[in-house]
Design a protein around this ligand. Structure first.
Ligand code: A5P
Length: 221
């Protein structure tokens, strides 16, 4: 069985009829969206919001009606993927480019459920993948230089044909040797003018579901 799929299916099992549900982005969240589609076809009444245009489209294909964030007060449960998860449930997200909306949705969510396969669990953030940082297009090279002063190599995603996020911004993938102090780094990134959002998700995840060869491990804070 696919590790991403079993993690997603376990998470979908936490959804109750009548809930407002956040739909994540990426290849793991894909399976959760399919599962939510099945609940809807069985008659569940769910209010759903999407973390990206890609997810919005997939959800519609699955028969899920997607509401805008303005139409919901708070979100009961969100199911989303991640690129790295540390033992304190701190995450790196955004390799799929949806970090900004994902963080806004996570911030309004009562129970954020993160679904990953076991390759994503790490002892320390930053070793497995770069940290995505979304920046405004205006002055992006100056912004990039300020980010690099924090001790990383920053690469514009897409190079000569830059990747454009749903918010119309660029992403720099920032290679840090290791992120010793994620909370401190987040503060430093957030005060750089031009930084729109960063892929550190700290204190936002409540449940982590890890798909393994042997089945799923459900970790709760
Ligand atoms: C999207 O921007 C990301 O935050 C994804 O949630 C993350 O990259 C995990 O994606 P996969 O499930 O495709 O690995």
């Amino acid at each position: 069985m696919d590790k991403k799929r079993i993690a997603a299916e376990t998470a979908v099992g936490m959804i109750e009829d009548g809930m407002t549900v956040g739909l994540g982005t990426g290849s793991t969240a894909y399976w959760a969206i399919k599962g939510v589609g099945e609940l809807v076809s069985k008659g569940y009444s769910l209010r759903c919001v999407a973390t990206s245009v890609e997810t919005e489209e997939l959800a519609s294909e699955c028969g899920i009606e997607v509401l805008s964030m303005e139409e919901v007060d708070s979100i009961d449960l969100t199911i989303d993927g991640a690129d790295e998860v540390d033992p304190r449930f701190r995450l790196i997200k955004g390799l799929g480019g949806a970090l900004l909306r994902e963080k806004i949705v996570a911030h309004s969510t009562k129970v954020e459920v993160i679904i990953v396969d076991d390759s994503k669990t790490v002892e320390r953030l930053g070793g497995r993948c770069p940290l995505p940082v979304e920046v405004l297009r205006f002055g992006h090279k100056q912004t990039m230089r300020s980010i690099e002063e924090l001790g990383c190599m920053a690469k514009l995603r897409g190079g000569d044909t830059p990747f454009i996020t749903d918010g119309g911004n660029f992403i720099y993938d920032c290679e840090f040797a290791a992120i010793e102090d994620p909370e401190g780094l987040e503060l430093q990134l957030n005060i750089i003018p031009g930084v729109v959002e960063n892929g550190l998700f700290l204190g936002l995840a409540h449940v982590v579901i890890v798909g393994t060869e042997e089945g799923t491990r459900v970790l709760r804070k």
